[in-house]
Design a protein around this ligand. Structure first.
Ligand SMILES: [Zn+2]
Length: 400
């Protein structure tokens, strides 16, 4: 069996699901079961990795020649809390023929529901048994970086500069960077390996904020409410009706931003709405946030008391603002991908990545495809051929 595949199968069988309700890092101690294995494997390769108390595994692969830039590679060990992550029982489909894949008697994968399967016909696929997620997100990335480390430990004829790698915990719950050790990572730039189709280079993501809107009503017996009652539930609905009607997730794609109502608790005396605000464009993002303040002011004026208040918190920003002056990094990725005979593709991410946070903190960090698909559920799968290509791309990137 292909060594990379074997590695990947070992990693996905280890339950590393993170927990959004945990107050610790790592959010679940079981993530360290994989981190410890990575630590041991890197040690066996002759490196001196570090596994810290927060569950971050670092490794410095020292340069063996001059004239190369220092580069970093990052992926995350945890899997999504969205679906069962235990007892992962991966199955291999040899040379996929394009027909329906039975995961179990109830669940199947086919090209009608998942047209992306057309792009991997002929490949060997790793799929689930339908009872858990696979963890291709992001164990594809972990396995590919580990394979790179092993190749470099065995073949010293490959010349390279300083390479830093990191396997982070808790990416899926938005906490993959909170204890990241920037001082250890002495690189000019890095890549997260956390994307899907091999050949993807992602360097544009949403600007993101959350808004909490509180409404205070005037409760009174409905029988004697005329000209007195202000129903907070109705205030919340009125507020929502004043937001742009077409700027919602189900009506937007590509570079279109949205305001998404994620929670609504409403009674007569008080109500609370929570929104997330998203846009790739920073000035449009600002206007979206201002709209929330405007509507609140309008309602406070209309009802002649402070019936609403808005608190907006920025969550992350579009990494493109920081990457724009350094498009040479994207060029390096593009050339490396094309040298492997693969088409380079870039699409805006309609979400965020740990790379976005790292980039804003000064570590420029676009995201690359790994050969994993349909993340976060039982339909997740990986293409072995694409994973092998991802390793080849890394071997090109280190040549700059
Ligand atoms: Zn991921």
């Amino acid at each position: 069996m292909n060594r990379l595949l074997k590695r990947f199968l070992n990693y996905v069988r280890i339950d590393t699901q993170s927990n959004p309700n945990s107050k610790t890092q790592p959010s679940t101690m079981k993530q360290k079961n994989l981190s410890k294995l990575l630590f041991n494997e890197l040690s066996d390769m002759g490196y001196s990795p570090i596994l810290d108390e927060y569950g971050y595994t670092y490794c410095h692969i020292k340069k063996n020649a001059e004239g190369f830039t220092s580069v970093g590679f990052i992926s995350h060990v945890d899997t999504s809390p969205d679906f069962n992550g235990s007892n992962v029982n991966p199955k291999i489909i040899k040379s996929y023929d394009g027909k329906k894949i039975e995961l179990n008697s109830n669940l199947f994968l086919d090209t009608n529901s998942y047209p992306i399967l057309n792009s991997v016909i002929g490949d060997d696929l790793v799929v689930t048994d339908g009872l858990s997620l696979l963890g291709a997100d992001d164990k594809c990335g972990v396995a590919e970086i580990m394979e790179l480390a092993q190749i470099l430990s065995e073949d010293t004829s490959i010349k390279h500069g300083d390479i830093y790698i990191c396997f982070t915990p808790d990416e899926e719950i938005g906490k993959g960077t909170i204890n990241f050790n920037y001082d250890f990572f002495k690189v000019n730039y890095a890549f997260t390996l956390d994307g899907s189709t091999v050949g993807e280079i992602e360097y544009e993501n949403f600007n993101a904020a959350s808004a909490i809107v509180k409404f205070t009503g005037k409760a009174i017996h409905p029988g004697s409410a005329k000209n007195k009652m202000v129903n907070a539930s109705r205030l919340a609905m009125e507020f929502h009706s004043l937001l742009p009607k077409k700027m919602i997730p189900s009506l937007t794609s590509s570079y279109e931003g949205f305001n998404h109502l994620t929670e609504l608790k409403a009674q007569v005396d008080s109500a609370l709405s929570k929104y997330i605000i998203r846009n790739h464009d920073l000035s449009k993002f600002k206007k979206q946030k201002e709209k929330f303040e405007e509507i609140s002011k309008y309602l406070n004026n209309k009802y002649s008391y402070e019936c609403s208040s808005v608190v907006i918190t920025d969550t992350y920003f579009n990494m493109y603002e920081k990457i724009k002056p350094r498009m040479d990094i994207i060029e390096i990725a593009r050339k490396s991908i094309e040298k492997c005979g693969i088409k380079a593709i870039s699409n805006p991410i309609r979400g965020g990545t740990d790379g976005a946070v790292l980039t804003y903190n000064g570590l420029l960090c676009p995201n690359l495809g790994t050969g994993g698909f349909n993340f976060h559920g039982p339909y997740e799968f990986a293409s072995v051929q694409q994973m092998n290509k991802a390793v080849k791309i890394l071997l090109e990137i280190i040549k700059y």
